[in-house]
Write a protein that binds this ligand. Structure first.
Ligand code: GPQ
Length: 827
């Protein structure tokens, strides 16, 4: 009795946050430093102080977090489970200080203790649990969901090593392990008591359960999934949502059995084997990796997440047929799609539902977001591999496919070609599961990530499905969180915005429209230019301290930061730079006539992507020649700080004048960097691709430098046979630039170093760099001309900011909520 009473009393005990005063903060900080870190202030290291500070911020958020978890359970209202293999979070300290409105108090408290808050900020190693846009989008979305008080959980993997740390050795990319956990993360809360068992391998068997025949899976091995919770605080709304990332460890049973048998080495091997599952993030972006371990990772985290939700979030006696009214599992690309047969397995094999009822539930519980148009990036798993690893799931997928194709037959008759095209199982080159098709068949909705992308997805990638499932396909244009990418990254511009339009724009970004009027205010334009100049100075200091790189003074800051991929066309940018350089170096152009520019690149290449790594090498090689050539001194600078990540993005983007968004039309699903630049007052030079289309429509043609073929033009050129050599022959500037690279001018006279890059462009050029070169150069000349009139440039930049409120991820969330999820905020 006393035990029950005690628990009951404790359950009612309020969680009391520390006092929101400088004194309260200091007290809590010292407590954490002394009693958790176990050090005195006088003898504490900077890392001790960082950890104690982080713990203090956590303490303030804790009461709200616990309360929100309790309230979410009690309400049982419909919520979102966002399933994503990646979350590219960026640093937490600043974000959490901002969200909880403790920035001012913390700064004062630290100074009372004789500590420089900025220095502590710099110690945090960002959790880089994602590759690029897809992972960063997930991080923006959970931020917005918390800020909008939407009941939601983000589920993912706690990789022990996130995206590799990039260094350059002789200009070439080298990859170092990302030891983000080396000094411990103060932001995570392990919950071993809530571990889930995830099974693999083995076989299935039928058995008689009364008068029904059922199937059970007899797995061969399993691992424990241990959840780690992370706080996701909403902005100034007192909400704290949860991000729950899974870590793999060997199961106790497995362990004990082997330990008891006396085989210590085998037991340790089992441990290692299990923990391998969450060991490292695959550094691939927009290309699938057909690796067994990757499928293990995918199944590992979705199986744990689905069970976690069913076991811990549903009220006792919950009627599972009502599940679609209680939860929507959003599939962030195909990586979590194995959750579909997993939910079917749990409902049918474990919970004993009939197949049809289970399928009805499942179809109501999933929605799928596609993030690509590259056919080679659509995941497929060989039947052989999937069947070995997840035999029961393969059976379930076969049955889903069989029933789906029967429906297709009902509609179209025995149209075998169509049936083969729509089958979830591909037959060539090997039998494989098309994960995007499975997601499309199961999902209540399927969305692309920008208008053009969604249209091409419907018309080009999945046209048969769009015809068969009218109403299933929809668009949600991506967005970015204005808290991190404007308020935190650009305090100068943020203050200016607040002065102009008043407070509150951080959660209602359409209010940026109020800046429109200020574009014509000369005083405002001056203040705006001053902020941009200060941001450049800040970047200058940062790059000097971080990498010893020197940004040109009073230069146009021309920035291309994103993953290195041929379709994104960093090569086009390189050719522009080489062309400018060649003009000066050959004496045909006077250096004084060239607009002084600093080109900044940031890009990681997938370690196995040879061409991407050659392009990185080339950029560095071009940079070292140009930066050392006295003939261009003061006019051109090429900087490539290594290890571009969220932290660096927050410095670079606010300093940019020109945003390079130059993918081949029809290849970039959306882009989100493009939105961040425009919101920070950079002008875009871009193709008619991804969300560029919407940016240009909103900011106006006159405030955007458009160039290049449209998607239909690209298609037309392909179908008539694209011969890049003809463009080379026809364009003298292009010839000179390519010839200079081929001559070995950037490789110490060695013509072989960049020969593969040059040949690739001349004889293959899948992404039509040469075809768009002339237009790109033309547009860059327009940039130069526009930049010459600083006042007009600033006006255009202000209009970019004023007109891009649409690109808040809060708006994306509203679109998902209204069109797909139907999960109202819990206010
Ligand atoms: N994206 Cl398929 C990734 O970052 N990784 C991937 O594996 C795939 C897509 C990006 C995509 O290239 C960008 O255009 C999008 O803006 C981004 O996803 C978010 O939707």
């Amino acid at each position: 009795m006393s035990e029950i009473r005690a628990t009951h009393t404790l359950a009612l005990a309020p969680v009391i946050p520390p006092a929101s005063t400088v004194d309260g903060f200091v007290q809590e900080f010292l407590n954490n430093l002394n009693f958790r870190q176990g050090v005195a202030l006088s003898s504490s290291s900077q890392n001790d102080r960082y950890l104690a500070l982080a713990q203090t911020v956590r303490d303030y958020l804790m009461a709200r977090w616990l309360e929100d978890q309790r309230a979410q359970f009690e309400r049982q209202s419909k919520g979102v489970c966002y399933l994503s293999a990646e979350y590219l979070l960026g640093r937490q300290l600043d974000n959490n200080l901002l969200a909880s409105d403790l920035g001012g108090i913390a700064a004062e408290a630290m100074s009372v203790c004789g500590i420089d808050l900025d220095e502590l900020r710099g110690l945090e190693v960002e959790p880089g649990l994602g590759n690029g846009g897809l992972g960063r989008l997930a991080a923006c979305f959970v931020d917005s969901l918390a800020t909008m008080s939407v009941p939601s959980i983000g589920y993912g993997i706690r990789y022990e090593y996130g995206i590799f740390r990039q260094t350059f050795v002789d200009g070439q990319q080298a990859e170092q392990p990302d030891q983000w956990l080396a000094l411990g993360s103060p932001w995570e809360f392990p919950h071993p008591e809530a571990a889930q068992i995830v099974s693999f391998g083995g076989h299935t068997e039928r058995y008689q359960d009364g008068d029904v025949e059922r199937t059970r899976w007899i797995p061969a091995w399993n691992v424990q999934a241990v959840p780690y919770n992370y706080m996701v605080p909403g902005y100034h709304n007192g909400r704290v949502n949860t991000l729950r990332l899974w870590s793999a460890v060997a199961t106790h049973a497995f362990d004990l059995r082997i330990f008891n048998s006396g085989d210590y080495a085998e037991a340790v091997r089992a441990q290692t084997f299990a923990s391998n599952i969450s060991k490292v993030l695959y550094p691939e972006d927009s290309t699938p990796q057909g690796k067994e371990l990757r499928l293990q990772q995918q199944y590992f985290f979705v199986a744990a997440s689905v069970s976690d939700f069913l076991d811990h979030h549903l009220a006792d006696g919950f009627d599972l047929t009502k599940l679609p009214d209680r939860v929507i599992f959003q599939l962030n690309d195909t990586h979590p799609v194995i959750a579909v047969p997993e939910l079917m397995r749990v409902l049918v094999d474990v919970r004993g539902l009939e197949w049809d009822a289970a399928w009805e539930i499942t179809r109501g519980c999933f929605a799928y977001t596609c993030h690509t148009l590259l056919p080679e990036a659509l995941e497929e798993w060989s039947v052989d591999l999937l069947g070995r690893l997840l035999p029961r799931h393969l059976e379930i997928i076969y049955r889903i496919n069989e029933e789906f194709l029967a429906e297709v037959r009902e509609t179209y008759g025995d149209d075998e070609l169509r049936i083969r095209n729509m089958s979830i199982i591909a037959e060539h080159p090997e039998r494989a599961i098309r994960m995007a098709y499975l997601a499309t068949v199961a999902g209540a909705k399927v969305n692309g990530v920008a208008e053009l992308h969604s249209q091409l997805l419907r018309d080009k990638v999945l046209p048969d499905f769009a015809a068969f499932f009218p109403g299933k396909f929809t668009n949600v244009t991506n967005g970015v969180t204005p808290r991190r990418f404007l308020r935190l990254a650009n305090p100068g511009l943020s203050s200016l915005i607040t002065e102009a339009v008043g407070p509150g724009w951080e959660t209602d970004l359409d209010r940026l429209q109020g800046l429109e009027a200020y574009a014509d205010d000369a005083g405002f334009r001056t203040a705006f230019a001053e902020v941009k100049a200060q941001n450049k100075v800040r970047l200058r200091h940062e790059l000097l301290a971080r990498d010893g790189l020197v940004v040109g003074e009073d230069h146009l800051m021309d920035v291309m930061v994103k993953r290195l991929h041929e379709y994104k066309r960093q090569m086009l940018k390189v050719l522009h730079i080489v062309s400018l350089y060649e003009g000066i170096a050959s004496g045909r152009v006077a250096a004084a006539e060239v607009t002084p520019r600093t080109f900044i690149f940031g890009a990681k290449a997938a370690p196995g992507y040879a061409m991407a790594k050659r392009i990185i090498h080339l950029i560095n090689a071009v940079g070292s020649v140009i930066n050392d050539d006295p003939r261009v001194e003061g006019r051109l600078k090429v900087l490539f700080p290594p290890n571009y990540n969220v932290t660096l993005a927050e410095r670079v983007i606010p300093a940019a004048d020109l945003s390079e968004q130059i993918s081949l039309a029809g290849k970039e699903a959306s882009g989100t960097g493009n939105m961040k630049f425009a919101l920070n007052g950079a002008l875009t030079i871009g193709t008619d691709d991804g969300a560029n289309v919407e940016i240009r429509r909103l900011v106006g043609d006159e405030n955007f430098f458009l160039f290049g073929m449209t998607e239909p033009e690209v298609e037309a050129l392909w179908s008539t046979g694209y011969r890049p050599g003809e463009f080379y022959q026809a364009d003298e500037d292009l010839r000179r630039a390519l010839d200079l690279i081929a001559s070995g001018a950037f490789s110490g006279g060695d013509r072989s170093t960049f020969e593969p890059v040059v040949s690739n462009l001349l004889y293959d050029d899948r992404f039509m760099v040469l075809a768009d070169f002339a237009e790109y150069i033309r547009a860059q000349r327009e940039v130069d001309a526009a930049y010459a009139d600083q006042d007009a440039w600033n006006r255009a930049a202000i209009l970019n900011v004023a007109r891009c409120g649409f690109f808040s991820s809060d708006r994306s969330m509203r679109d998902y909520i209204n069109g797909i999820w139907h999960t109202p905020p819990a206010l």
